[in-house]
Design a protein around this ligand. Structure first.
Ligand code: PFF
Length: 448
């Protein structure tokens, strides 16, 4: 193989057809669905925002998802070398490298919050969480302590271990266990919450749209979230796509992944909004919702320690299936580029990512408050650079590549002529324009 950074001819991993769908849904479903989606939905007016999110998912998310899967499978390489192989251009390979950097940065801080969910699952099951009713103080104390570094390490270790085991005996097998587990936990929680007295009010906040709340800002937030939620612009779907068999229909896979992600967000809403309504909590209160408000709710419900534990376990499972997909991107890149075997690559990349994440850990709860610049903590800067800069740029790159540059997109995507036209139209005109707007908006470059 003549490509400079990819394809040393080693046999690549392979997913089975169902294993791929599980893994891709696992990547999509994560903290974004349960931690971020409810509070932005609360913030931007409930059902109307949810409706916007669905439109963004269908109109832009799914076409871009299909493009990523097709580029990955067509290029049979990592998130950078796939571009290079399909175009023969180093420029595109270089642009692709940005989507190797993105997941590395995201993982460095995503693992921190994932660690919080594991810690909360443990202290909920043991009852320690409920010893003192001041949940805000407890949360503040926890994130200001070294404990968060310990849990961050645990998450990196688990993630590294699964990726170390390989595509089929690690990533696929693990997702095939955790995703059904996730569904069961989710259904248990939904039933528990919907049978609380007064749950209906929360349900109607979530499902009765008030379109007067919609602003241009909320639309841009919805689109940005559709991208994050589907794991787009981060090379993750592209890398997973490169392990997919030629016979798999990518169109059908795209629908399944989109539907899985949406269903999960919907059920998360059915858990969070009724809970907050029943216990008089604010659904729009931001990141503290899950770690401060919900424990208060669990403490007031019968068998709260059990349901609280299950809830945080659910979050932890969902996060781990996402961290695995994040780690796989730079690991695949490093093995291809430097000729390392998977295990060497996993050890080096995991360790590096943990180290890069440390300043985020120190900055978030005040272990070291000097790590703030321009009103943002180091953690927030990492999030900003990855989610608001790299993600939309890489989204734009894949859209333009599949829409204008790569001539084999149609064949690889396997759509019939009519759907292909729709897809191409979205990739060429609708998605780039909207993604550009999101980029300008979230980078703070759009005039008010
Ligand atoms: N989609 C995940 C979530 O919603 O939590 C986050 C994520 C995972 C983003 C993997 C990007 C990625 F490559």
């Amino acid at each position: 193989d003549s490509s400079p950074n990819g394809g040393n001819g080693q046999s690549r991993g392979k997913f089975t057809s169902s294993g791929f769908i599980f893994a891709a849904i696992g990547s999509a479903v994560g903290l974004g669905n349960m931690w971020k989606f409810p509070y932005i939905t609360g913030l931007y007016g409930g059902a109307a925002f949810f409706f916007l999110f669905i439109i963004c998912l269908l109109a832009v998310g799914l076409p871009v998802l299909l493009a990523e899967l097709a580029v990955g499978r067509g290029g049979r390489g990592n998130a950078s070398s796939s571009y290079y192989r399909l175009s023969g251009s180093k420029l595109w390979g270089g642009l692709g490298f940005l989507s190797v950097l993105g997941p590395f940065v995201i993982l460095s801080f995503y693992a921190i919050v994932a660690g919080w969910t594991l810690h909360y699952a443990v202290i909920s099951f043991t009852g320690k969480l409920f010893e003192n009713a001041d949940f805000g103080v407890r949360f503040g104390g926890f994130i200001g302590s070294w404990m968060i570094v310990f849990w961050q390490f645990v998450v990196m270790l688990l993630t590294g271990w699964i990726v170390w085991l390989g595509v089929s005996s690690g990533i696929e097998r693990f997702n095939k266990i955790l995703i059904p587990g996730l569904v069961i936990l989710l259904l248990v929680m939904v039933v528990r919450v919907l049978t609380l007295e007064g749950a209906g009010e929360g349900v109607s906040f979530f499902l009765r749209p008030d379109f007067s709340k919609l602003t241009a800002e909320s639309a841009l937030v919805a689109l940005g979230h559709a991208f994050f939620s589907l794991s787009l612009g981060m090379g993750a779907m592209m890398t997973y796509g490169s392990y997919v068999d030629r016979r798999q229909s990518l169109g059908a896979a795209t629908l399944a992944i989109g539907f899985g992600d949406l269903l999960y967000a919907f059920l998360a809403g059915l858990i969070i909004f009724p809970t907050t309504a029943v216990f008089g909590l604010e659904a729009s209160q931001g990141p503290g919702l899950v770690f401060v408000a919900l424990p208060a709710a669990f403490s007031a419900m019968p068998l709260g320690a059990l349901f609280g534990g299950l809830f945080f376990l659910l979050l932890a499972f969902a996060s781990l299936t996402s961290t695995v997909s994040l780690l796989e991107v730079p690991v695949a890149f490093a093995s291809d580029t430097f000729g390392w075997n998977r295990r060497t690559s996993v050890i080096i990349v995991t360790l590096l990512c943990f180290l890069v994440g440390l300043p985020s850990s120190f900055s978030v709860g005040g272990l070291y408050s000097g790590l703030s610049f321009g009103g943002k903590s180091f953690f927030d800067w990492m999030d900003f650079v990855a989610s608001n800069i790299l993600l939309p740029i890489c989204g734009l790159v894949v859209t333009l590549f599949a829409g204008y540059v790569w001539k084999g997109a149609a064949e690889e995507a396997g759509l019939n002529a009519w759907w292909f036209k729709v897809w191409l139209f979205m990739l060429r005109f609708v998605a780039p324009l909207l993604v550009l707007l999101v980029f300008l908006y979230s980078a703070g470059l759009l005039p008010d």
